[in-house]
Ligand binder design. Structure first.
Ligand SMILES: [Zn+2]
Ligand SMILES: [Zn+2]
Length: 498
């Protein structure tokens, strides 16, 4: 009899098979010995190929038990917030990018697909010989333990999260990326397209079964062989993206270079860490044409807030900076709280002096979903309000978003000419992709912002917002801050009726 300690170092996904009762410790050890380190995605592949029943001492019943356990396994993989996953993956990616022999390094799975909560962190890094890169990776200071090291696969434990690195031969990189990016529903749909032609799509590539070499790289070539354009990973959910690809109606998703400015950030005037000038300088370095400084109003729950008098003095500081940074348009804005009554937390006389007004709920105040909805509605009807920030007001991982009728909310936003935000701060990621897609379908304008509280996070948080938006099929034409500053001012003015 083996003890549990014999499997303690196996990848968590594999260990779970034992913990769920699907296999014994001996069987689990045999799966590991015969098939190598195994994530949930690998297990699915092995089951499909009947590789488990062919292991010595195994039979179809054991394989069926593994197959039956898989949906539960997916459900038990602890999801970690995107921000944390990106932070963990970034150190691995940086190390891979400057390791000899590594051609490229791309996160796969839900991270590449732009989900806000991430299951496995897996990275695909094509290399002829990854040994030197693996030597470096296992020395990284964040690595708690090396869970497994094979010739082409490395599993590391970083801050209680399992991180997998796969290094296919460069000639097979596209097929590996495609397979491990998923989603399962998307690759299943591609597999059906291949089967219609009498071909088979495997993790190693697209095989025609006629003696010709399989199509393995790049991803584009595999899609092309199936008669499709390349489909962006963020929309590979197996819903309607393959139909869109077939009919030539794939969205042209927003990218970082489309973004001309950031309309939501905080400074030391409220709960931000940095000065206005530090934020302005960082925005200039990011190549923006404009930015808006948007500190909190007096009753927000933030640790420090802007008073009406503070707003006036802040305006003077911004005026001085405008002279020193003529290449950038600096908008003086605020993020004003929508009070429980639906009124705004600055008087109209104060608000109308701002170039742009963002409105938000920061606390529920014990109200029902309908009361919260009415608060939003009151703010959106206010002519001085240009945008609703982080509309669900969730706080990852502590607080779920409000359970509102978002369909109605987005329709009201569209009707009132109020933009809704995709906020890229890791605690918000709000709207997420699914809601952003609903918002644009309702005709609402999206603003993708960093909501950054320090200069150094402006770029990274904008990127996370863009990832959410891409997952929501958002194109540059849907986005306020892809437009020149004159058009942003025009949208503000149109609503103000000036
Ligand atoms: Zn806020
Ligand atoms: Zn904010």
């Amino acid at each position: 009899m083996l003890r549990e300690s014999a499997i303690a170092d196996l990848p968590a996904d594999l260990r779970w098979l034992y913990e769920s009762g699907a296999v014994t410790i001996e069987q689990l050890a045999a799966i590991h010995a015969g098939l190598g380190p195994t994530s949930a995605a690998d297990l699915l592949t092995h089951v499909r190929r009947h590789a488990i029943q062919r292991l010595p001492g195994f039979n179809p019943d054991i394989e069926a038990a593994v197959a039956a356990a898989l949906p539960g396994l997916r459900a038990t993989i602890p999801r970690i917030p995107l921000g944390r996953a990106v932070a963990i993956a970034d150190s691995i990616l940086a190390c891979l990018h400057d390791s000899p022999g590594i051609e490229s390094a791309t996160p796969v799975g839900s991270l590449r697909r732009g989900h806000d909560m991430i299951g496995d962190i897996e990275i695909v890094a094509p290399a002829v010989d990854p040994a030197a890169a693996f030597d470096r990776l296992i020395q990284l200071p964040d690595v708690v333990r090396t869970l497994h090291r094979g010739d082409r696969r490395l599993y590391l434990l970083i801050d209680r999260v399992q991180v997998g690195v796969r290094c296919p031969m460069p000639a097979a990189a596209g097929a590996t990326l495609l397979h491990f990016t998923g989603s399962t529903a998307h690759t299943d749909a591609l597999r059906r397209l291949a089967a219609e032609r009498g071909w088979s799509l495997e993790p190693e590539g697209l095989a025609r079964g006629d003696g010709t070499p399989p199509t393995t790289d790049p991803e584009e070539a595999i899609y092309a062989a199936l008669g499709l354009p390349w489909i962006p990973p963020e929309i590979r959910e197996g819903t309607d993206e393959i139909d869109a690809a077939r009919t030539g109606s794939l969205p042209v998703l927003v990218v970082r270079s489309d973004i001309r400015g950031d309309l939501h950030m905080h400074t030391e005037w409220s709960d931000g860490r940095d000065s206005i000038e530090a934020m302005v300088r960082a925005c200039a370095a990011l190549g923006y044409e404009y930015l808006a400084i948007t500190d909190h109003s007096p009753h927000s729950a933030a640790t420090r807030n802007l008073s009406a008098d503070g707003a006036r003095r802040q305006g003077e500081e911004i005026d001085a900076l405008r002279e020193r940074y003529p290449q950038l348009t600096i908008l003086h804005g605020c993020e004003v709280d929508i009070l429980p009554t639906g009124r705004l937390d600055f008087t109209d006389r104060v608000l109308e002096r701002f170039d742009i007004v963002l409105a938000s709920l920061h606390e529920r105040a014990g109200q029902s979903a309908d009361q919260l909805f009415q608060r939003y509605l009151a703010a959106m009807r206010h002519p001085l309000v240009t945008m609703i920030t982080h509309p669900t007001n969730r706080q990852i991982p502590h607080r779920k978003g409000y359970d509102l009728d978002y369909q109605r909310l987005f329709a009201a936003a569209a009707q009132s000419g109020t933009a809704v935000e995709v906020d890229g701060a890791p605690a918000h990621l709000d709207l997420n992709g699914a809601l952003a897609r609903q918002a644009i379908a309702a005709g609402a304008t999206i603003s993708i912002d960093s909501d950054s509280h320090r200069a150094e996070t402006l770029g990274g948080q904008m990127d996370m917002g863009i990832l959410m938006a891409r997952h929501g099929w958002v194109e540059p034409r849907h986005v306020l801050n892809t437009r020149p500053i004159e058009e942003v001012r025009a949208l503000v003015a149109a609503k103000r009726g000036t």
